[in-house]
Ligand binder design. Structure first.
Ligand SMILES: [Fe+2]
Length: 288
């Protein structure tokens, strides 16, 4: 894990975090690497570079060293520090070696808190070796509770791979998170947790959870739109890839923007003084 190197703007008490998920790097499918490279370019060309980038798991497809080597190469151009949690496709030991977690962390897991920013980040390791579903067992929940008890006043974002929700889609609910009820009970005592963000579904989903909100980030390669009329199947429509931008200020609290990852130009719609016309009939995003 690369440590936070600098505040984005010194003296400014706000924070922006970009979240990617599920790049599933696989040497057989070069379009996935190209998609992650586009996501990195998307972040690096944002006018206000984020303070941090979160990757919520399934970094690679099989946990092979050559896949992780390519994953690392693709992330290298990122200017912001990157924080990773493992998904069910990942190899926890490999990720721990490549991205050692900052302190405080739970030994043996890629589970840690990042205290360098106005918004506290806590990454949870939901990896359950050999299973598509995830798990937060007693040790991981106890560690989380200790972290939340030590900083009850700090606004906090939890990030993890498996979302603690039921989707109604049978396949996805068969790979859900063990321990989500205990997590819900725990969070009821900790209103400083402003949002729980996850991946795993390759879909955009928002749901209530305890006193807070769960959001899932689609994949860097695609967003899947499910056919809810066939919950026993997993029939999907493939849509453009997306990421989330989580922005916190003391005045606004935490806002989460969903962004299509697309090479589109920036337009001065309002320049601080007056409005400008904005009617691109065939913007570059239509050519994806
Ligand atoms: Fe995935």
């Amino acid at each position: 894990m690369r440590p936070a190197q600098r505040p984005r703007r010194s003296g400014v008490n706000d924070m922006q975090v970009v979240q990617f998920s599920d790049p599933h790097i696989d040497l057989r499918f070069p379009h996935r690497a190209a998609a992650l490279a586009r996501a990195v370019t998307h972040v690096n060309t944002m006018p206000a570079g984020p303070d941090a980038v979160l990757i919520t798991g399934d970094c690679v497809e099989h946990g092979h060293p050559d896949e992780y080597a390519l994953f690392q190469d693709l992330l290298r151009p990122l200017r912001a520090p990157v924080f990773i949690v493992p998904g069910n496709h990942d190899d926890r030991a490999a990720l721990l070696t490549l991205y050692p977690p900052p302190a405080p962390n739970l030994p043996g897991f890629l589970q840690y808190a990042v205290d360098d920013f106005p918004l506290r980040l806590i990454g949870l390791d939901t990896h359950r070796p050999g299973h598509g579903g995830g798990e937060l067992d007693g040790a991981r929940l106890d560690w989380l509770e200790a972290r939340l008890r030590e900083a009850p006043e700090r606004p906090t974002l939890l990030f993890m791979h498996h979302p603690p929700v039921r989707t109604g889609l049978h396949v996805m609910d068969g790979m859900d998170l063990r321990g989500r009820e205990a997590l819900c009970d725990l969070l009821l005592d900790h209103p400083q947790v402003l949002r729980v963000v996850a991946g795993h579904l390759h879909m955009s989903l928002t749901a209530g959870f305890a006193h807070t909100t769960v959001m899932t980030c689609p994949g860097t390669d695609a967003t899947l739109h499910p056919d809810l009329s066939r919950p026993a199947q997993l029939r999907v429509q493939r849509q453009p890839p997306m990421c989330l931008l989580h922005a916190w200020t003391p005045e606004t609290g935490l806002n989460s923007f969903t962004q299509v990852i697309a090479p589109a130009p920036w337009h001065p719609l309002f320049d601080g003084d007056r409005w400008h016309d904005f009617d691109p009939p065939h913007g570059p995003y239509l050519s994806l």
